[in-house]
Design a protein around this ligand. Structure first.
Ligand code: DAT
Ligand code: MG
Length: 150
């Protein structure tokens, strides 16, 4: 089972889309093992987006992700990273497929509503950056699991 970190970004929070966004991952069958509301600190934002540190958009990216509280979700499932990124849609919302979160609710790259980890390795690292082990319910089994996971 893979883990992925999802962030409902500040624009989605301001627009009242947190429930809608969480619902889509839940309905897909991904298992919620962590969920919280937090205001991302500058320090955590810089760590989370460290790979983009040298990019021209880094400062605006940090300002955006720290501008309002976010909902952080830790999800688990088979192929969770790929599945979640398909549900999220392409980075640039104007080009994201209709039916994806970004394709249904977004237009601009700097207001793309949601984050999802890009590899299984980063999924595990990012979940650990946002949740302590004690904050995760890592071992709960859903009655429906045999009907979601073969
Ligand atoms: P994703 O969020 O789809 O994984 P990413 O990891 O490449 O995309 O980039 C992280 C965020 O940085 C992305 O959600 C929006 C912003 N971003 C990426 N490329 C950008 C660009 N060319 N101009 C402005 N913002 C950009
Ligand atoms: Mg990314």
């Amino acid at each position: 089972m893979e883990r992925t970190l999802i962030l409902v970004k500040p624009d989605a929070m301001q627009r009242g889309l947190a429930g809608e966004i969480i619902k889509r991952f839940e309905q897909r069958g991904l298992k919620i093992i962590g969920l919280k509301l937090l205001r991302i600190s500058r320090e955590l934002a810089e760590k989370h987006y460290a790979v983009h540190r040298e990019k021209p958009f880094f400062e605006s990216l940090v300002a955006y992700i720290t501008a309002a509280p976010v909902v952080a979700l830790a999800l688990e499932g088979s192929d969770a990273v790929t599945a979640a990124r398909a549900t999220i849609g392409a980075t640039k919302p104007s080009a994201a497929a209709a039916g994806s979160i970004r394709g249904d609710y977004g237009l601009e790259i700097g207001r793309n509503l949601v984050h999802g980890s890009d590899s299984a390795e980063n999924g595990a690292l990012e979940v650990a950056n946002f949740f302590s082990e004690g904050e995760l319910c890592a071992d709960w089994a859903r009655d429906v699991d045999p009907w979601v996971f073969e």
